[in-house]
Write a protein that binds this ligand. Structure first.
Ligand code: NAG
Ligand code: NAG
Ligand code: NAG
Ligand code: NAG
Ligand code: NAG
Ligand code: NAG
Ligand code: NAG
Ligand code: NAG
Ligand code: NAG
Ligand code: NAG
Ligand code: NAG
Ligand code: NAG
Ligand code: CU
Length: 568
């Protein structure tokens, strides 16, 4: 997982002198070059060509310090148009470099390039980058490591070493073909053939035992694992045999340390985890397997790596497996972990939860069916599977919404995404026939700059209830609470954590339950909001939040960069 750092320069050589002491106000700019290209990889005994960045899977690691800026020139030498998203980077005033296809830019066409300016502000910990076009992120993704600023340190003892761990999903076939076929047919897409940990399926997958990823550790030392879930369609449990984990950050925001024997991570999320090599020198399996609790098809396999103590000893013929790794349908294991998350909320890492609310939204999150647009479709009862927010299944436009908004183009999107579903119903009851059929459209929600926004996401039992990891670009936000059943405006808010809620960018809306987030709309721009299960995003479980300019240039969208990809 080598870093392909091309050049490192100081951007501003502005030093302030105060009583003769130089106060460094410099911000550092890093230049990276990403070449998108088809590369051959062999996994599970078969070889395929797939889209990669710089020929690597997972892709290169972006390494920055808190507050830096990264210039990434993406040259597309692949076969189709692609965009790149910097997941969890807020990009203040700079939606132009956010990435989602036809939301903030049109795709970078084969043979063309585009230069992203990735602006870090207060993020610290681990994030990741990934392609944001169709399902190309399956193979085009990598870590972003954000270290503390000079003169500051982690809010925990400095680990001896750190390691990035990327979970992903391996499809033997061509990912673009399989999603194109499923989309045209309205059917469930094919499931993956294995999960990978740092690019390797590991034992017990076929042809994987000798190539298993190995993490060498020195007995007595503490390691910082930067865990990223880059997988497509399933949440996952993760554990290490005989070792305790201490979770210290999520989505590049610090937590009160959580001691646990396993974690649950959804696609899109990142977690910083301390692990001390305090067992007898041996080999131990690191393992991840899905959490899945619905009728949809899913990959039920397990991926492993080996935590391998250095030194002279006789290794076991087979490393021990983490018996504490919860079973696939263990909902209580999910809740026991996710409800423990609390922001660190210290003097050095303060939080500021909005106490009031100016804009209140209630958004239902549903899987639906649309009528078949041909003779035979692959969805249930000859329909096409769909998904919606507030009963609107999102249609991706052919011109990016950011450009349409900035240049005032009509007929690209509508500004009427509603604050409520069309009519109330028993969301988590027997409602299958009520809102099975959604409406379709490209509707955005417009929010005034500076408003305090609260969104309650309500899972429904339409078609196929399951847990939905929702993600909003351009922000991190406070997760105030979650619960099962219908959100109750009287009783549910009484359970909110307004003291130290975790600050996140992706959170699970429990199956047939609700989740509430709060944030200040202080980042002008066009920001995609969607389920991070890729099949639901493909079916339309998306919308767009447009935050208007404030009253000053410092609170307004920056001018567009040169050479934005053209739409056609
Ligand atoms: C932080 O320290 C590194 C290494 O000395 C230096 O290259 C970098 O410019 C410093 N960053 C800032 C913002 O001063
Ligand atoms: C880094 O990239 C920026 C933007 O493309 C460019 O202006 C600058 O010259 C590059 N720096 C170096 C040292 O190449
Ligand atoms: C390994 O391959 C065999 C033969 O194709 C297959 O039956 C088996 O399910 C595979 N095992 C795994 C773990 O994928
Ligand atoms: C995984 O799913 C396959 C196919 O549905 C099934 O045959 C197998 O028993 C399942 N394995 C586990 C461990 O649940
Ligand atoms: C998983 O299920 C199996 C079989 O029901 C059980 O023996 C095992 O204890 C369970 N594991 C956990 C971690 O709950
Ligand atoms: C979850 O926590 C409850 C209460 O502490 C406990 O009874 C249950 O066994 C836990 N479940 C798992 C899977 O750890
Ligand atoms: C679409 O789904 C139908 C019904 O399941 C099936 O007969 C047909 O083969 C599918 N077509 C494709 C291209 O997958
Ligand atoms: C298919 O249609 C029948 C009859 O309307 C209905 O009873 C059944 O629930 C439907 N199945 C699904 C999966 O929607
Ligand atoms: C909604 O449906 C659930 C599940 O069927 C039921 O338990 C609950 O009582 C219903 N709520 C209302 C208000 O009808
Ligand atoms: C909300 O909870 C209160 C108190 O339990 C109950 O009286 C009320 O009926 C609930 N509201 C709805 C819409 O279910
Ligand atoms: C927002 O402010 C910028 C900078 O002043 C300006 O160029 C732009 O036209 C304004 N309006 C929109 C919709 O971005
Ligand atoms: C995005 O727009 C381009 C035209 O600029 C179009 O070719 C492409 O299919 C669109 N992407 C999606 C996902 O609709
Ligand atoms: Cu979803």
């Amino acid at each position: 997982m080598g870093v392909k750092k091309v050049i490192l320069i100081l951007a501003f050589l502005g030093f302030l002198y105060l009583d003769g002491l130089p106060l460094c106000t410099a911000s550092v700019v890093h230049n990276y070059t990403y070449i998108l290209k088809e590369t051959k990889f062999t996994r599970l005994c078969s070889t395929k060509s797939m889209l990669t960045v710089n020929g690597q899977f997972p892709g290169p690691v972006l390494r920055v310090q808190n507050g830096d800026t990264v210039i990434v020139t993406v040259q597309n030498n692949g076969k189709y148009g692609v965009t790149i998203h910097w997941h969890g980077v807020k990009q203040p005033r700079n939606p132009w470099s956010d990435g989602p296809e036809n939301i903030t830019q049109c795709p970078i066409k084969p043979g063309k390039k585009f230069t992203y300016e990735v602006v870090f502000s207060d993020e610290e910990g681990t994030l990741w980058w990934h392609a944001h076009s169709d399902w190309s992120r399956a193979t085009v993704h990598g870590a972003i490591v954000i270290s503390p600023k000079n003169g500051t340190s982690y809010p925990f003892p400095k680990p001896y070493a750190e390691e990035v761990i990327v979970l992903a999903e391996w499809f033997k076939g061509d990912v673009k073909e399989l999603i194109d076929v499923a989309t045209a047919n309205g059917s469930d897409p094919q499931i993956s053939d294995a999960y990978t940990l740092n690019g390797q399926p590991g034992y017990p997958n076929n042809c994987s035992t000798t190539t298993t990823y190995r993490l060498p550790v020195v007995q007595g030392k503490t390691y910082l694992l930067r865990l990223i879930h880059a997988g497509m369609n399933e949440e996952m449990f993760f554990a290490i045999a005989h070792h305790k984990l201490t979770v210290v950050a999520r989505d590049a925001s610090y937590l009160k340390p959580i001691n646990t024997s396993y974690v649950l991570i959804t696609p899109g999320q990142t977690m910083d985890i301390l692990v001390t090599a305090n067992q007898s020198p041996s080999h131990y399996y690191i393992a991840a397997r899905p959490f899945f609790d619905s009728n949809a098809p899913y990959d039920n396999s397990t991926t492993t790596a080996v935590l391998q103590y250095v030194g002279h000893y006789t290794p076991p013929s087979s490393p021990s497996f983490p018996t504490q790794l919860p079973n696939i349908t263990d909902v209580s294991a999910v809740d026991n972990f996710t409800t423990r998350l609390r922001a660190l909320a210290s003097k050095d890492h303060p939080i500021s939860v909005p106490t009031g609310v100016d804009e209140r939204m209630f958004i239902t999150v549903s899987v639906n069916q649309l009528p078949c647009d041909k003779t035979v479709c692959g969805g249930p009862n000859n329909t096409m599977l769909a998904a919606s927010l507030n009963n609107i299944s999102f249609l991706t436009p052919k011109i990016d919404i950011l450009q349409a908004y900035y240049r005032n183009l009509s007929n690209v999107y509508e500004s009427n995404f509603p604050n409520r579903p069309p009519s109330p119903f028993n969301f988590t009851g027997d409602s299958n026939d009520v809102f099975l059929l959604p409406s379709t459209g490209t509707k955005a929600k417009i929010i005034e700059y500076g408003k305090r926004v609260e969104i309650v996401f309500q899972g429904t039992s339409i078609e196929n209830p399951e847990n939905h990891p929702m993600h909003l670009h351009g922000f991190s936000f406070y997760l105030l609470g979650t619960g099962y059943g219908n959100f109750n405006t009287t009783t549910s808010p009484k359970t909110y954590n307004l003291i130290d809620p975790p600050e996140v960018n992706t959170f699970g809306v429990p199956k047939s339950g609700w989740a509430t987030i709060r944030f200040v709309a202080n980042n002008p721009g066009v920001w995609f909001m969607h389920c991070h299960l890729e099949r639901h995003a493909s079916w339309g479980m998306n919308t767009v939040i447009i935050v208007k300019n404030g009253t000053t240039s410092a609170t307004s969208i920056r001018p567009p960069p040169a050479n934005l990809p053209t739409c056609s």
